[in-house]
Each structure stands twice: as structure tokens, then as C-alpha cells.
Design a binder for this molecule. Structure first.
Ligand code: LCS
Length: 394
């Protein structure tokens, strides 16, 4: 407090943690406990009443988890953070907190398959409607925002089309109307994009991905204003209960330290593979925010420090051709998820977005010839050789 703010690479290692509050342990300790003891009955009463600071029960807060929450808040330049058991626990806690029956959510034209599924569930069971929008002009937003629009929900880059949404533009229109803008920042991590600094209100992460970086944790994070985070922690987080385990929070704190190094390498490797894929005769189109010919390249330059580590591309041929390519790969693994050290390839139409009806997938802008590559940390030359030999065989 009152301390000069350091640069990202320093904050990702030090922020949110004071060793002298934890027996001078260099590394944040793992408080693997479900509950905390009270000195006496009255202290328990005061803690439950909020009259005294202190931990109560790990669903309501845990010291290891708190370090993670404070650290991600610093990195996203927000007031407070909250950790969840998965990205979807974070998405659902935020959307349920912001909406009630009769409300409307305006959503980017494309989202992760399970987020699409959640929007459908909210509509069918609770009468919370939604529309998908390109969000590419103030006029369009003005037309699509309804009197009952309770929040705007954005993924950028969008999974799996890699289309972008201009966060500053949406925030300007929404702020005037007092509508909160929620951004799923999973594909970028705060090293590449910080939506709160562009006027957005809430950031969500599937921390399973780049923030963890090692493919061994499922987790979610939410960052926003103190009052909003307090409200979510006391309602949809506490009472629905999708909290992170202290061990997973500890693993995230460990993995996060190398986020800048990893992201630089992911982006470099992806840029190399993009150049290779772009020129390959068996590939129809490549979608990569670092491509000067990408439809949203000007938005990428405005709001993303780097292009990210994900590339989507369509193969000349059919769904079967795309599947054949996957089956010919030797080094690159066939798996969903992203942001790991290992390079992963997946087929969105039959995997991450299989729950989205074909017609909706077309509206989002992809068909079953699309493949998504999460470029890992291996040698890009080895990755390129693997893609090359697989493409030669189809
Ligand atoms: N938001 C985005 C943009 C995602 O890509 C995912 C998962 C989630 C939220 C949900 O996070 P989770 O609950 O899995 O931590 N995306 C995945 C994907 O593209 N492949 O596998 C999972």
C-alpha cells in the first residue's frame, strides 16, 4: 500500500504476497484446510457477522486462494479478484449475479461452446434472453441494446473463430447507458490485453489455460470493482459453491510466475506457424490476429500487445480431411483446452462447439473444416515439420 507499482513481470511474481505474514516463507504456503478455528464462541460470532476480519471456512475464503485473488486483481488492473473451481463456474457466477428473469444479455457473435450452453439454459429455465451481435459499430449496439439488457458479454478473440471485438467502442456505448461489460479474457491473459483499462467492468478467465500454463488445473477467475466482487463472493460464489481448492490456487500461483516468458514464446511460435500455414496450398484460410490481412487487425493493434498463441484454419476439403490431418500428426496432440506447454489441435465442430447447433456455428463463422491449434512452447521448427508431414499425407 502506497508502494510504487512495479512492471507486469515483477507483479506476476510478487504481488498479493507478504512473506512476513507467513513465517517468512519465500513461496506462498499451501493452506490445505477446509476450516479455521475460533479462539472462542464470540470470535466466531463476530467473524460470521463481518465485525472482525479473519478466515472462517474455505468456501468463504482461504489464505492461499486470497493471494491468488489479490495477484490477478493487480495484473488485470482491477480492484479485486475472486477464484473459482473452473472457468464455467466463474462465467455462471457472474451471469447469474448480473441477471434476473426477464432480463436480456447481449453477447458477442461467438463464444465458447459451454458458455453458449449456459446462455441457452438461462433462457429456457429462467427466462433470461440473449442475442448475438457483431458489436462492430456504435449504431449497431444502440439498436441491439434493449431496455432490459442487463449486461454485455464478450469474448475477444472469439473461440474458435479468432474474430475480435473492439472493447473500447463497446465500453463507450455501454458506459453511457450504465450497462456492465463483461469480458472473457482467456485467450489473451492480462499480459496481452487488459479490458478494465479500456472501460470494461468485469474480466473473466478460464485460468485452466494460459494462467495455469501447465495443463494440470481446472480453474476460473473474476476481476472487477470491489463492490461487485464482494457481492458475487457473498451470493453466487458462496451459495452455489464453485470455489477453487487451495491446492489448485497454489499451483496457479506457481505456474503464473512464468506467464510473460511463456506468452512471448507462445506468440513467437504461433507467428512462425502462421506464416507456414498461410502459404500452404492445402489450407484455405488462416485466422490469426497477427495477420495484417485479418479482418480485425486494426482492433488487434489497438488492444492486444501481441497476437496470442492460437491459430484457427480451414482445410481444403471436408470434415474428414480435417480429421485425417489430425490423425497424421505425430508430435502435436489431439486434445481440447489451450495455453499449455504442449501444442494441441482440436476440431471445434465436433469437440469444443459440438453443443452449438450447426446453423449457429455458421452464424458464428465456422464450419466443420475448421481446426484450432493451440501453439505450445516446443521448437517451432519441430511443430512446422510435424504439420508439414501431416499435410503431405492428406
Ligand atoms: N471461456 C473460454 C473462452 C474458454 O475457452 C473456456 C474453455 C471456458 C471459458 C471455460 O473454462 P473451463 O471451465 O474449462 O476452465 N475452453 C476450452 C476449450 O476451448 N477447449 O477445452 C476447454
Amino acid at each position: 500500500m502506497g508502494k510504487k507499482k512495479s512492471r507486469f513481470e515483477t507483479e506476476v511474481i510478487h504481488s498479493g504476497y507478504k512473506a512476513d505474514e507467513h513465517q517468512d516463507s519465500l513461496v506462498p504456503p499451501l493452506y490445505q484446510t477446509s476450516t479455521f478455528t475460533f479462539a472462542n464462541a464470540e470470535q466466531g460470532e463476530r467473524r460470521f457477522a463481518g465485525q472482525e476480519e479473519g478466515f472462517i471456512y474455505s468456501r468463504l475464503g482461504n489464505p492461499t486462494v486470497k493471494i491468488l485473488e489479490d495477484r490477478i486483481a493487480v495484473l488485470e488492473q482491477g480492484e479485486a479478484g475472486l477464484a473459482f473451481s473452473s472457468g464455467m463456474a466463474a462465467v455462471s457466477a457472474v451471469l447469474v449475479a448480473l441477471t434476473k428473469t426477464g432480463d436480456h444479455i447481449l453477447c458477442s457473435q461467438g463464444v465458447y461452446g459451454c458458455t453458449f450452453g449456459l446462455l441457452e439454459l438461462l433462457k429456457e429455465k429462467y427466462g433470461i434472453d440473449h442475442d448475438f451481435s457483431l458489436m462492430n459499430s456504435a449504431d449497431l449496439l444502440e439498436q441491439e441494446i434493449r431496455p432490459n439488457t442487463a449486461c454485455i458479454y464478450i469474448e475477444t478473440p472469439i473461440n474458435p473463430t479468432m474474430k475480435l471485438v473492439d472493447l473500447g467502442l463497446v465500453a463507450r456505448v455501454a458506459n453511457e447507458k450504465g450497462i456492465p461489460v463483461v469480458v472473457d479474457n482467456t485467450f489473451c491473459s492480462p499480459y496481452i490485453q487488459t479490458p478494465l483499462t479500456l472501460g470494461c467492468d468485469v474480466v473473466i478467465h478460464s485460468a485452466t489455460k494460459y494462467i495455469c500454463g501447465h495443463g494440470d488445473v481446472i480453474a476460473g477467475l473474476v476481476i472487477g470493482k470491489k463492490e461487485f466482487i464482494r457481492q458475487v463472493s457473498k451470493t453466487t460464489q458462496k451459495d452455489i459453491g464453485g470455489i477453487i481448492s487451495p491446492f489448485d490456487a497454489w499451483l496457479l500461483l506457481r505456474g503464473m510466475k512464468t506467464l510473460p516468458l511463456r506468452m512471448d514464446r507462445h506468440c513467437e511460435n504461433a507467428s512462425e506457424l502462421f506464416r507456414f500455414l498461410k502459404d500452404h496450398p492445402k489450407i484455405e484460410t488462416v485466422y490469426f490476429p497477427g495477420d495484417p490481412e485479418h479482418q480485425d487487425f486494426s482492433i488487434a493493434k489497438k488492444q492486444m500487445k501481441q497476437p496470442g498463441g492460437l491459430i484457427s484454419f480451414t482445410i481444403r476439403g471436408t470434415k474428414e480431411t480435417a480429421q485425417q490431418l489430425m490423425n497424421q500428426l505425430q508430435l502435436i496432440k489431439i486434445a481440447v483446452s489451450l495455453g499449455d506447454a504442449e501444442t494441441l489441435i482440436q476440431h471445434p465442430a465436433t469437440m469444443t462447439h459440438a453443443v452449438v447447433p450447426e446453423e449457429e456455428r455458421r452464424k458464428m463463422g465456422f464450419d466443420d473444416t475448421l481446426l484450432r491449434l493451440s501453439v505450445g512452447l516446443e521448437s517451432w521448427e519441430d511443430l512446422q515439420e510435424d504439420l508439414e508431414q501431416a499435410l503431405d499425407k492428406i
